[in-house]
Write a protein that binds this ligand. Structure first.
Ligand SMILES: [Zn+2]
Length: 142
């Protein structure tokens, strides 16, 4: 199993903490959580609260579901019921003309770029030239 060394449990003065959650108070052994997260669980079982806490930190760090399930010792299907939002596959919006995505779609298809997509790309280019960043650039032509 892969070992994850770079994710650290937020340090606290105590190794056992009480956390208020939606279902009441949870008792969490942070040492057990950290051992599990770094692949050193060695067969020890986390409580459901500890597993949930460890899984939330790992998922937040972008670790994949299968590995998270193995690290915290929870069945992958059960993990999905605990964290339904993280399992949602992102379905991207359809590419439409008059947007920078439309412009890129024309380019990648190799077809003629329509006027509206050109305008959207020009607006995004102008934003980049003005600000030096594409952050906040308009994705749609003005
Ligand atoms: Zn277009």
């Amino acid at each position: 199993m892969d070992r994850i060394e770079h994710i650290r449990v937020p340090r606290m003065a105590a190794t056992t903490v009480f956390m208020a959650g939606p279902e009441g108070l949870a008792v969490i052994d942070l040492i057990a959580v950290e051992r599990a997260m770094t692949g050193h669980r060695d067969g020890a079982r986390l409580t459901q609260d500890e597993a949930r806490y460890a899984a939330s930190l790992l998922l937040e760090a972008g670790i994949g579901y299968t590995l998270v399930a193995a690290l915290v010792g929870v069945d992958a299907r059960k993990l999905k019921t605990l964290f339904p939002d993280e399992t949602k596959t992102t379905r991207s919006e359809p590419v439409v003309c008059g947007t920078t995505r439309g412009y890129r779609a024309h380019k990648s298809r190799g077809d003629a770029i329509c006027r509206r997509c050109r305008a959207a790309n020009a607006a995004a280019d102008l934003h980049y030239k003005k600000t030096g960043s594409s952050v906040g650039a308009p994705a749609v032509a003005a």
